[in-house]
Write a protein that binds this ligand. Structure first.
Ligand SMILES: [Zn+2]
Length: 258
């Protein structure tokens, strides 16, 4: 699943090539998308919010909203260059002069009215973005405490209504860094521990979003089931967690049950 850091990188790439440019042509597999409201508009901004990507159009003020879920991605190519994915997976193609932006496999692509995100069923409920420049630690804590106190830390970090943009890799790595067990209920840790967990997830994801390949953080436990913990040598465990059934990875020695 693309995490917030991947989507922020896509948004940065789209911004670099598309902002200020007019959409000169478009094709889509999404029957409900009114391309006549897209063609002729200029890309005003591109914003990542959790796993959602918002492309703001001017002068209409409409917002092209795509949600990546497990499979989606945006690529930008110079016009005429071959794509890295098959054309049949392209759900939306935007031509902007000498560049083309392609949205592959995103399950949700829709055009919202000016201000429509405030009424949107999932966008309007999103928690603060983990990659916001000013991390809203207080807002995230308030939202976490409003949920069932027995909900596990592993599930809370993936709950987009609490904090948006954290995916499976960085929730596992943040819990490992903070030596917290994924099944620990939220009520069993202090506010300071929760804030530290959120701040660590943000720090790791920021490094992953901005870093070059050489200095991006490396996963210590994610997808390392059965291999030795880098800190203590105990075998890393893995088990599916919560309604989303995402696999949690943890070191049973460094991250003992609460
Ligand atoms: Zn360990």
């Amino acid at each position: 699943m693309p995490e917030g850091d991947t989507i922020h990188r896509s948004a940065a790439s789209l911004r670099r090539w598309l902002v200020g440019r007019e959409i000169t042509g478009a094709r889509t597999q999404v029957a409900s998308l009114a391309l006549d409201r897209v063609i002729g508009q200029t890309v005003d901004d591109v914003e990542a919010r959790g796993k959602h990507l918002l492309m703001r159009l001017t002068p209409s003020g409409r917002v092209l909203h795509s949600h990546m879920r497990m499979t989606g991605s945006w690529h930008v190519y110079p016009a005429g260059q071959p794509w890295r994915r098959p054309a049949r997976q392209a759900r939306l193609v935007l031509e902007c002069g000498d560049h083309v932006a392609v949205c592959f496999n995103a399950p949700v692509i829709e055009l919202l009215k000016d201000g429509g995100e405030l009424l949107h069923p999932s966008l309007s409920k999103l928690g603060p973005d983990i990659l916001d420049d000013q991390l809203d630690v207080h807002g995230i804590r308030t939202r976490a405490k409003a949920r069932d106190p027995e909900v596990s830390l592993g599930e809370l970090l993936l709950d987009q209504r609490v904090v948006s943009g954290v995916g499976n890799i960085w929730r596992c790595e943040a819990l490992y860094a903070e030596r917290l067990n994924p099944w620990t209920p939220r009520a069993a840790i202090t506010d300071d521990q929760w804030d530290a967990l959120v701040s660590t997830a943000a720090r790791l994801m920021r490094a992953s979003a901005r870093g070059t390949m050489a200095d991006r953080p490396v996963a210590q436990v994610h997808r390392r089931a059965g291999r030795p913990c880098p800190r203590c040598g105990t075998r890393i465990e893995a088990r599916q967690q919560g309604d989303l059934a995402r696999t949690a990875y943890w070191c049973p020695t460094c991250q003992p049950p609460a």
